[in-house]
Design a protein around this ligand. Structure first.
Ligand code: HAM
Length: 510
């Protein structure tokens, strides 16, 4: 007998169940409505993309790309790995052809493997009479084959900004009226250590504004326009949160300038020099970051490092004139819109594509994983991915965290039970019960029609358990007289109505 195995959702993933899914639907519905009023249209990119897309945009050195992506080789469909050593010659030929036409990636590892395989194959064939040599070469061949990457490397998306930029390029969206405003909702995947508010499959609601640079554009002239777009995008998130009744959300903003010696690069050099001086007092993570990404030191939450970080040079004092102007204008635009914010010079974000504006929103009731939204400007990312010079700004909300925060604040909707339970008794009433259920459902009511006849007491008990508001009692007498009985389960009141009156009453009050 097969062993009984208890399956469970994989660590860091979870089932979202009713009644909670009602709240998820309400949140997503509100996003569709609010984002629609700001002129955004929905995009649904695929859940997996070439690994290279994420590595290039988010950054090879970031935690997301270096440690957290779910990556696999999407093996070439028509390439069967031979079970039998004698077929390796044909296999090598086929791999060479696929490599030549680019169906198998031409990586250095693959080039070496194919040469190793070929040479082991040649020796294997010429050593047929020497049994030991044949076995040894067969072994080399299998080992070489196992090191090959027989198809493109793909990853489950850890975020969607890269995908939206890829889609913008792929569908020539630069030819549409600019800017192009897109939003998305859906699952993202990061192999992080699971805890409250942090999952390996989590959900984001995000939006991006992309605008191709027209000839002669991109100068200081554009700063007021770009800053107004930044502020409007932030205003939209805050409006969305307000519409959901999320209270106490705190918006932090910063500018991280742009990558030039007279701006961020110069600052990072200074920061690095200062960090070297205090290196011994920092923990191992921050010591490593001095080399890989000094800005991320500012993100540290380690208590012992806080006083040291407070004394480090601040980016605001090292921005170039244009970036300074942009930041000042973003703040003026936020003020104009009545959006409250806190300036946080340590807000650098964990993804490499940002420049100028960065922001994060902290929500109540979430413990250490309290960032419910993060975003910023990423001019140049589309170009980095092979598109025309393009400006970009966007954000992503962690939907799991948003839902938790709403629930903690008592804003999670209490699930609605059924509106009407149809307690039908006697086979002759079934046709009438089916018809009544259909009409009430067409009017949008939640109706429970028991599949088999029940005794009166059991039917009412069941109606109660399901949280029904009304029980429609249909016995043979009711059907014969056309006078139906409606019981209000809250107070036990009971009244008789004609069929038409009762349907009308329920449609109005159900
Ligand atoms: P991010 O800061 O990596 O930015 O993620 C945005 C939000 O997703 C976070 O603030 C958090 O609420 C949620 N989140 C991230 N990881 C997890 C996790 N493991 N479990 C639960 N929630 C999580 C981005 O993803 C950028 N693409 C945002 C953006 C769009 N920037 C410009 N456009």
């Amino acid at each position: 007998m097969a062993e009984k195995r208890k399956f469970q959702a994989i660590k860091g993933t979870r089932d979202l169940l009713p009644p909670e899914t009602e709240l998820w639907n309400r949140v997503e519905q509100t996003a569709h409505q609010v984002f629609g009023t700001y002129g955004f249209g929905e995009i649904r990119p695929p859940i997996f993309e070439p690994t290279e897309l994420f590595a290039r945009s988010i950054g090879q050195e970031t935690d997301v790309v270096s440690k957290e992506m779910y990556t696999f080789v999407d093996r070439h469909e028509k390439l069967e790995v031979p079970q039998n050593i004698g077929q390796y010659g044909a296999f090598i030929e086929k791999v060479r052809k696929l490599l030549a036409i680019g169906k198998i990636p031409r990586t250095p590892r693959n080039e070496i493997a194919i040469e190793d395989m070929q040479s082991a194959w040649n020796k294997y064939r010429s050593s047929k009479l020497d049994w030991d040599a044949a076995i040894e070469n067969a072994y080399y061949m299998v080992v070489a084959k196992d090191t090959m990457q027989l198809g493109p490397e793909v990853s489950l998306r850890p975020e969607a900004t890269a995908s939206v930029c890829r889609a913008y390029i792929e569908h020539n969206m630069h030819a549409l009226p600019q800017p192009v405003k897109l939003y998305y909702t859906g699952p993202m995947f990061r192999r992080e250590r699971p805890q409250k508010g942090r999952y390996r499959q989590f959900y984001q609601i995000g939006a991006e504004v992309l605008e191709v640079l027209q000839p002669g554009q991109g100068s200081a002239k554009d700063i007021p326009k770009d800053a107004a777009i930044d502020a409007e995008v932030i205003e939209m998130v805050m409006t969305f949160f307000a519409r959901l009744g999320l209270e106490g959300a705190q918006l932090d903003i910063n500018s991280i300038g742009h990558s030039a010696p007279e701006c961020r690069r110069g600052y990072v050099e200074k920061l690095k020099a200062e960090l070297e001086k205090v290196k011994d007092k920092l923990g191992p993570d921050c010591q490593r970051r001095i080399e890989t990404n000094p800005l991320r030191v500012l993100d540290s939450k380690l208590e012992s490092e806080q006083a040291i970080i407070e004394r480090l040079p601040r980016i605001g004092d090292h921005l170039c004139a244009d970036c300074k102007k942009h930041y000042a204008e973003v703040k003026r635009q936020l003020d104009l819109r009545g959006v409250m914010y806190t300036e946080n010079w340590r807000l650098v974000r964990g993804l490499d594509y940002y420049m100028r504006t960065t922001f994060e929103i902290i929500a109540q009731g979430l413990g250490s994983q309290n960032a419910v939204c993060g975003g910023g400007r990423y001019d140049g990312l589309v170009e980095l991915l092979g598109g025309p010079p393009t400006k970009g700004i966007g954000f992503a909300i962690g939907e799991d965290r948003l839902i938790l925060s709403l629930q903690e604040a008592g804003k999670g909707t209490v699930a609605r039970g059924r509106d009407v339970y149809i307690a039908w008794m006697g086979q002759k009433t079934l046709a009438t019960a089916i018809r009544a259920a259909r009409e009430l459902r067409e009017a949008g009511l939640r109706v429970e029609l028991p599949p088999v006849e029940q005794k009166f007491g059991k039917a009412l008990g069941q109606a109660d358990k399901l949280g029904a508001r009304y029980a429609l009692i249909l016995g043979e007498a009711e059907v014969a007289t056309g006078q139906w009985t409606l019981k209000t389960l809250g107070d036990g009141a009971q009244a008789k109505y004609s069929e038409a009156e009762l349907l009308e009453f329920l449609k109005r009050n159900g």
